[in-house]
Design a protein around this ligand. Structure first.
Ligand code: F6P
Length: 550
């Protein structure tokens, strides 16, 4: 397809066919779909690695799926995928290759960027990370005063924070419990204050994670952390080398900050920030779980990469999940997508996905800069079950919005739970299955009446159902499974961006706020440059200064 026709995605025959099919589907209920095909529950499933993916509770038929696949073919998703894996510069606005898949490629693989195989460099960094994390874990790496490191504080933001912070929670059961990891991201001084409160600087290692090493939040927090450390260790700047390491692509800025380049773990401009967690950015996680578990995590990522790269489209999980999202956004006007993990360990999983999905696909111009006039990325949200059930599930069940949701659960609990606590797992999972059942099939007015409910209350107690969900079930949450899950979502986001013809790998939308913040800051501190502010902001700044006592 040429650029012009891609721009008019919603005028393609494939799009029209989907629109017509949507009209024909009308109000067809999941109850009817299951009545006409009782085998849906087993037929509409995929097994990918350790993940059992059930999409039977979606508002789709074989015809829908066929039409969605035709849309994917017409929009060249597979071709773009292959170009990505080949190392072509598919991030058009930044003229960069998109090769997070090379971060988990096996040692013997060959992936070329500008004619150079990048895989040996990837493994060199991984080996350096393994050696360093081994030293920290064994106590061989000591602080400036010779004390063993007990606390690791990762300072970074966005992709330099969310991945390791999420995975540290997810894989708690696999961590060295003698080490404490903290994650500082917010430029609000309270974040660092609370993180280092009570810590002994002599036992604390700071990992400064920043691809660019220019991000204001990270550099500000890193500078304050260095001050805290030096104040605690008598002010000798030589201490920095034992207590600060950097994860970055910018050796010059790292050195300028005062971190020994020998203690820098590098990566490359072909790794996007939100796709960087399995690069050097994962160092804090590797210290927590050990190099072997980290490699298992990479193995999980790689297995899903291979599935995405090679599985036929009709059995390809990222294609399927991506296309389902497009279906609801375009033809059901769904604005958001809930991700609901039934694992306490996945408490940060959805927050991680928010950056992955919303920074990637929150775009309104296509790859050639033309405005799109179809829905792009949804609002992604959610928290672990069962907490959400007692908060916002009411709206999903009985509100006026269609909210497709992913339910992620595990057959076995992990870790050293007591028998009593391990037994709670079945109750957790009973809720998991009950929710998707209720969402899909609801409860009819007749069923409510049959329970003897007063007529006035019948509408209130009726559940329309017909709310689509995907169920993702695995044996247990372990490093490999986590890698598989993350890569599944990475590639789902890819498929959607490819169909929508947007650049999923840039993030120009975060720039304006950064520039304006620089302009507003002197207005707050010194009352200067206020004339450059708009009238509303100028008035707010004046009120702020008054309340701040300036
Ligand atoms: O939010 C914008 C962004 O550029 C993200 O894409 C990135 O993950 C984050 O800032 C942090 O950037 P850096 O790693 O360069 O500090």
């Amino acid at each position: 397809m040429n650029a012009d026709s891609r721009t008019r995605l919603n005028r393609t025959p494939e799009w029209h066919a989907l629109g017509k099919h949507r009209e024909e589907l009308g109000q067809t209920h999941l109850r009817e779909l299951f009545e006409s095909d009782p085998d849906r529950g087993t037929g509409y499933t995929l097994r990918v690695g350790d993940l059992h993916i059930d999409y039977s509770k979606h508002l789709v038929t074989d015809e829908t799926l066929g039409l969605l696949r035709e849309l994917a073919s017409a929009t060249g998703v597979a071709e773009l995928r292959d170009a990505m894996f080949r190392g072509e510069k598919i991030n058009v606005t930044e003229d960069r290759a998109v090769l997070h898949t090379a971060l988990r490629a096996p040692r013997e693989a060959v992936v070329e960027v500008d004619g150079e195989n990048v895989v040996p460099g990837v493994h060199e960094v991984l080996d350096k990370m393994a050696a360093f994390s081994g030293q920290v874990r064994s106590g061989e790496w000591t602080g400036f005063t010779g004390k063993r490191i007990k606390n690791v504080v990762n300072i970074g933001i966005g992709g330099s924070d969310l991945g390791p912070a999420m995975a540290y929670e997810a894989l708690r059961a696999f961590t060295d419990r003698d080490l404490t990891l903290k994650f500082v991201s917010n430029v609000d001084g309270a974040d660092l204050h609370e993180a280092v409160r009570g810590l002994d600087p002599a036992e604390t290692l700071f990992i400064i994670a920043s691809k660019t090493f220019t991000t204001i939040e990270t550099i500000t927090n890193a500078t304050s952390a260095r001050e805290w450390l030096l104040a605690g260790l008598g002010g000798d700047r030589a201490a920095v080398a034992r207590h600060f390491v950097a994860l970055s692509t910018n050796a010059e800025k790292v050195t300028e900050f005062g971190i020994d380049p020998a203690n820098m773990f590098g990566f490359w401009d072909w790794v996007g920030g939100r796709y960087s967690f399995d690069s050097a950015i994962g160092l804090s996680l590797m210290i927590a779980i050990g190099a072997d578990s980290f490699r298992e995590l990479l193995g999980g990522f790689h297995a899903m990469d291979e599935h995405f790269r090679t599985a036929p489209i009709e059995a390809n999980a990222p294609f399927l999940l991506g296309l389902l999202g497009i279906w609801y956004g375009a033809f059901f006007d769904a604005q958001s997508h809930a991700v609901l993990p039934y694992s306490h360990y996945l408490s940060r999983f959805t927050a991680y996905l928010q950056q992955l999905d919303m920074e990637s696909n929150g775009k309104s111009v296509d790859r050639d800069g033309n405005p799109v006039d179809w829905q792009t990325g949804p609002v992604v949200w959610g928290t672990p079950g069962t907490n959400g059930q007692h908060a916002y599930y009411q709206l999903i069940h009985q509100g006026t919005k269609l909210i497709p949701a992913d339910f992620i659960g595990f057959a076995r609990p992990v870790g050293e739970l007591s028998p009593t606590l391990a037994a709670q797992h079945d109750l957790l999972m009973a809720n998991f299955f009950a929710q998707t059942q209720a969402l899909a099939f609801g409860k009819t007015a007749e069923e409510v009446r049959a329970e003897g409910v007063a007529e006035a209350l019948v509408p209130h107690k009726t559940f329309q159902g017909n709310h689509p969900t995907t169920t993702i079930l695995a044996g247990e949450l372990n490093p490999s499974v986590l890698g598989q899950l993350i890569a599944l979502y990475e590639h789902k986001v890819f498929v959607q961006g490819a169909v929508w013809n947007i650049d999923s790998f840039d993030q120009w939308g975060v720039e304006l706020g950064k520039v304006l913040a620089k302009r507003v800051e002197p207005a707050l501190t010194e009352g200067s440059h206020v004339e450059s502010l708009d009238p509303s902001t100028r008035a707010l700044v004046a009120t702020y200064r008054e309340l701040r006592g300036r």
